[in-house]
Design a protein around this ligand. Sequence first.
Ligand SMILES: [Zn+2]
Length: 144
Amino acid sequence: MNIQYPNLLLKNNNHNISNLYSKDICKVSVNYIIYDKKKKNILHFGMNRPCGCNYHKPTIHAEELAINYCRHSNNRNLEIYIWRWGIKGNIKKTDCCISCTKLAEKYGYQNKIFTFDENNEKRNAIISNPELSLAYKIKYNLNH
Ligand SMILES: [Zn+2]
């Protein structure tokens, strides 16, 4: 299998993201990277793990985890990258949902959150018509 990795320029990298992918990863898991655009390295990475069988438990979105990391840091050169992996190991674009978009705006991160399109090109993850998250839709019984 050919795993596609985020197209990021990395210098002196101390984090190895090549074992971030695992075939056990739930398809809906969103991965995130905290990237220092000046030093061109990864400071932190992780993922959210929404459990498919338990939407009653509120899931913490990857963007939320990433924004929380950034706002407790003094580093002003941070960028957040989020993405999903498809079943073939391909990168899938991930847009921020409404609540994460609001959180990003609250802390001034609306221009600092990115994702990758099908060509592995950097894209803004904050879009003008964000979707409600799936958990939110289920919680409030909204139709798609
Ligand atoms: Zn979200």
